[in-house]
Design a protein around this ligand. Structure first.
Ligand code: ADE
Length: 244
């Protein structure tokens, strides 16, 4: 995955990408991130990136010129880019979108907004406006990192055990079943017997039922979006009667 991140705070981006799986993915050339400091593309002595809103109102607005200049500079390399603006006004980011971005052959170029907003004309540069959730953060940097992290995990080789990516919540359409490791008993809390039984079919069924149970409780609407087979339906009616 190749990407650029246009930001006023490139250190936020590099700090995260210098740790753990992101760091290893970069070392293994599976992830290439180029942070670009938008302030380097200002043209006044004060390196101004914001200004008052036309029409009045509170707060400052991100000026268009430094962002356009930064993009002009990037485009000099002739590479194809998909430009993504991070904003609470964007379309919601989810696992499906992560898969879509993971399949992109173009460089993903993220523009991180700051201040109360960004001059609307910046939209002329943008292919997609994306939000990571219904809340407002102080800037788009964390949103860019969330997306880069979720997409990098889907790049073959980035995560040690590929089956752990395939099995997990959201790719299956259900929330994940509970996991346990040693010790078998901790402060009086026991690991469910079935997991120690060595019976793979029973374990598989237990996990499926637990995944259905958590999803029913926390995100019931997710069940409407997946194909449930007869065994799932039986488990669901068992769960409903157990809860009664
Ligand atoms: N910038 C500020 N809040 C945001 C959000 N929820 N998603 C993406 N970018 C943002």
């Amino acid at each position: 995955m190749k990407c650029d991140v246009l930001t006023l705070f490139p250190d936020i981006i590099t700090a995260y990408l210098n740790e753990s799986i992101m760091k290893r993915a970069r070392e293994n050339k599976l992830l290439d991130v180029h942070p670009v400091n938008i302030r380097d593309f200002t043209s006044d002595v004060h390196r101004t990136v914001d200004d008052y809103p036309f029409g009045g109102g509170a707060g400052m607005v991100f000026k268009p010129e430094p962002i356009f200049r930064a993009m002009d500079h990037l485009n000099e390399d002739g590479e194809a880019r998909k430009v993504i603006l991070l904003s609470p006004r964007g379309i919601p980011f989810d696992q499906k979108k992560a898969e879509c971005f993971a399949g992109e052959t173009r460089r993903l170029t993220f523009i991180c907004g700051r201040y109360e907003g960004i001059d609307e004309r910046v939209k002329h540069l943008v292919d997609e406006e994306v939000s990571i959730g219904d809340y407002v953060m102080t800037g788009g940097e964390l949103a860019a990192l969330v997306i880069i992290d979720a997409v990098t995990r889907l790049v073959p080789g980035a995560v040690g055990d590929a089956s752990s990516v395939k099995d997990e919540s959201f790719s299956s359409g259900l929330l994940e079943y509970p996991q346990y490791t040693r010790p078998g008993e901790f402060r009086g809390m026991k690991v469910p017997d079935v997991l120690l039984s060595g019976n793979h079919e029973e374990i598989r069924q237990w996990r499926r039922k637990q995944a259905l149970k958590t999803t029913m409780k926390v995100r019931p609407e997710m069940l409407d979006r997946i194909d449930l087979d007869e065994s799932d339906k039986k488990m669901i009616s068992e769960i409903s009667s157990e809860d009664d």
